[in-house]
Design a protein around this ligand. Sequence first.
Ligand code: ASP
Length: 297
Amino acid sequence: MNYAIAIHGGAGVKDRHDLTPSLEEKYLQGLRQSLMAGYFVLANEGSAIDAVESAVAVLEENELFNAGKGSVFNADGRHEMEASIMCGQRVDAGAVCGLRNVRNPIRLARKVLEESNHLFLNGEGAETFARERNLYFEPDEYFYTKERYEQLISAKLSKPRGTGTVGAVALDSFGNLAAATSTGGLTNKKYGRIGDSPVIGAGTYANNSTCAVSCTGDGEFFIRSVAAYDISALMEYGGLSVKEACNRVIMQKLVNIGGEGGAIAIDNKGNIEMCFNSNGMYRGYRKENSLPVVFIY
Ligand code: ASP
């Protein structure tokens, strides 16, 4: 099987005129570094699930993207992160939400998948589990970035809006698929709001019989549409290709209810689809024995 990986850094991209050439290069470089980490795993006969975990962990440590270190602020001026990971071979998953101070939420989601009797952990319980598994924690200052703080101040004056998420999907040389998604959620979110990213079937889905999917965009709409699973179901029950299924969900069903965002998906033959109805989506892919390709708009 020809292995391949695709990643995204969120559909909440900057307007073209706000992106200087040097900042654009930083985003593209961040995407390439993530692809490199995931591709390295696949090229060394690693598993798709290890590849997506590695690729997402790199984006979580890059402050440009809304996940881990670069997470947006909630209304209380804090960070509450969410992540999920799914193995297409076992059709099994791990998910976490309402997390504070955990350096790599995606690594915690993976631990939930592999080492707990549960699938979805939240808040203090999830953090206790992270401590028991010796995952890294960081102080609040680690998650502070000036740009995100300014976004909070402006969001308090107007309406909260989506500001990105990170994700990865991969097919390994054994024919197994996996998907992973991680986010800081929405700037100025309140009352413990949870988006689609940690919700299996909404923001993340993987099944070896169809595809692996990671979504980004207006979380409420992706949950209502069960978007990631819908893409898989259209392939499984409707016989659509991964391209047709992504288009149906992102460009038709979501648009019809007013949901903005995108998805990346890979099928069990290695076909990659990267589809969005927003003005851009940080994204890229790398196929076996080829160079990485990255885009924003
Ligand atoms: N889907 C994320 C959320 O609703 C935000 C995003 O991807 O922009 O939390």
